[in-house]
Write a protein that binds this ligand. Structure first.
Ligand SMILES: NC(=O)C1=CN([C@@H]2O[C@H](COP(=O)(O)OP(=O)(O)OC[C@H]3O[C@@H](n4cnc5c(N)ncnc54)[C@H](OP(=O)(O)O)[C@@H]3O)[C@@H](O)[C@H]2O)C=CC1
Ligand SMILES: O=C(CO)[C@H](O)[C@H](O)COP(=O)(O)O
Length: 470
């Protein structure tokens, strides 16, 4: 029996199958397990000529044929399937073998599994992977973290299969413990925010300004040739021109407006609340997906609150404002996610370098954008930046656009077209960039009803006022 396969994969679904074919294309011999024999057969028949690709239906067959130390990745749904696969694999492995969880696992599960697996003498790595089906096949962004020895073992394979930007691979060691999965979770939170912002701008232009889809396709396409150049703007342009083969209408208009979710956006918001750190654009995006599911109630409410919204009349000048507002809001969303990573890295002792996160997000992943090149420069020259909005080069980029974000939010309010993410972004920006928040009054209220004490602006110490009402 051939025992020289370089890499094994558990789960030959969308991601597992495509990543394995990508690894094979880079000269590694690969073997994949899926209990569904058709998936293994389809894997083999899709392999590039001259590559070594094999599909098997038992874990035993796969493990026996791997060279040691074995390198095995799981790409199965997060949660119980990951634990089940680990428990099935462990009795088959030798000390020093490596298990990589490449799925979207929650970081607390990853921390638990690192201990469970390493206590038994094996390596375990939580690794975020982004790029979807196409990225997995042609060059994803990869976010490994945890066991540094395991990283050294797997580095040559990951560096050769990742997307490359300016000759640099979009993979880097993210940090200690569950850093890889934490960075991927925040990546997905930012993904939610950017998608929601694009949707709100589309809504303002389409429903609010009566711009038809074919024109919107041209607008997003031209935006993708400028400062907004990014994967999500690019695919939006493509989506807006796609016709439905059944009705001949634009396909986007035939899709029900209830958005799905697999949980990483919700986790990002939950973990931000726990840290705590403020990520209101991501929170708004999560909330809007949730609200989209309440379709029956929305229909009822729309009938009860009938007031017509005012159309946006100056569509042509609004298009330019919309472009600048979207750029500003996307930048501020990234800022929130990166600030979350900074805080989480300290609180959870993950030693995440923001420069490394931004480096791997520049290519291959869903949130890749040219804007990340500017961030990469900022974090290269100032690795200790706590919030990208404090970087003087970023100030220059953003300050000239903030008036457009403000103008677009005004249109959101006037037109009664929802803009939760745009409004939350502006609220975050205004609060973050003010010296004086009204939270002095919150402190006074807390002290009034609960003797929670407060600090003064003119002297050191902790103060309490007994007689607030007198
Ligand atoms: N799709 C995407 O764009 C991305 C997905 N991810 C993450 O990657 C992971 C995999 O996603 P994806 O490939 O899309 O999912 P799919 O549903 O396409 O594939 C999952 C695979 O896991 C197998 N599987 C399920 N349960 C078990 C189990 N208990 N034991 C062994 N195998 C099992 C399934 O096998 P079978 O059905 O034959 O039983 C299937 O082949 C998830 O964590 C996902 O969140 C990450 C980035 C992008
Ligand atoms: O990880 C991903 C991309 O990076 C997945 O596409 C993500 O799981 C999609 O999330 P959701 O289903 O919640 O929209």
């Amino acid at each position: 029996m051939n025992t020289s396969f370089d890499f094994g994969m558990v789960g030959l679904g969308v991601m597992g199958r495509n990543l394995l074919l990508n690894i094979a294309d880079h000269g590694f011999s690969v073997i994949g397990f899926d209990k569904d024999a058709e998936k293994g057969a389809s894997l083999e028949s899709s392999a590039t000529a001259g590559t070594t690709v094999k599909g098997v239906t038992t874990l035993e067959e796969m493990v026996k044929q791997l060279a040691v130390p074995r390198k095995i990745m799981m790409l199965v749904p997060a949660g119980k399937p990951v634990d089940d696969v680990i428990d099935s694999l462990l009795p088959l492995l030798d000390q020093g073998d490596l298990i990589i969880d490449g799925g979207n696992s929650h970081y607390t599960d990853t921390l638990r599994r690192i201990k469970y697996v390493s206590d038994k003498g094996f390596h375990f790595m939580g690794t975020g992977i982004s790029g979807g089906e196409f990225g997995a096949r042609t060059g994803p962004s990869i976010m490994p973290g945890g066991d540094i020895k395991a990283w050294e073992i797997i580095k040559p394979i990951f560096e050769s299969i990742a997307a490359h930007v300016d000759g640099e691979p979009c993979v880097a060691y993210m940090g200690k413990g569950a850093a890889g999965h934490f960075v991927k979770m925040v990546h997905n939170g930012i993904e939610y925010a950017v998608m929601q912002l694009i949707c709100e701008i589309y809504d303002l232009l389409h429903r609010g300004s009566d711009i038809p889809n074919d024109r919107l396709h041209e607008i997003f396409k031209s935006w993708n040739e400028g400062e907004l150049k990014s994967y999500l703007v690019e695919i939006t342009a493509d989506i807006l021109k796609k016709k439905d083969p059944i009705t001949g209408n634009f396909l986007v208009d035939m899709i029900n407006d209830k958005a799905g979710s697999k949980g990483t956006g919700i986790w990002t918001s939950q973990d931000a609340l726990n840290l705590p750190v403020a990520i209101p654009t991501i929170d708004a995006a999560v909330a809007m997906r949730t609200l989209s599911g309440f379709k029956d109630e929305r229909i009822l409410a729309a009938r009860l609150y009938k007031s017509d919204f005012g159309k946006i009349t100056d569509a042509e000048s609004f298009i330019k404002q919309a472009e600048e507002a979207l750029f500003a809001a996307i930048l501020i969303s990234y800022a929130q996610g990166l600030a979350m990573l900074k805080k989480a890295s300290e609180e959870l002792d993950m030693a995440i370098e923001l420069k490394a996160a931004v480096k791997v997000w520049r290519g291959g992943c869903i949130i890749r954008s040219v804007l990340l090149e500017d961030f990469y420069e900022s974090f290269s020259s100032n690795p200790q930046l706590t919030n990208i909005l404090l970087d003087t080069e970023i100030v220059k980029l953003l300050d000239s656009k903030q008036h457009s974000l403000r103008a677009v939010v005004a249109k959101v309010v006037e037109s009664k077209i929802g803009g939760a993410a745009l409004m939350s972004t502006l609220a975050y920006f205004d609060a973050f960039t003010t010296e004086k928040m009204p939270t002095n009054l919150v402190q006074a209220q807390r002290d009034y009803f609960g003797a929670h004490t407060y600090q003064r602006i003119d002297k050191e110490g902790i103060f309490h006022t007994e007689d607030w009402a007198s």
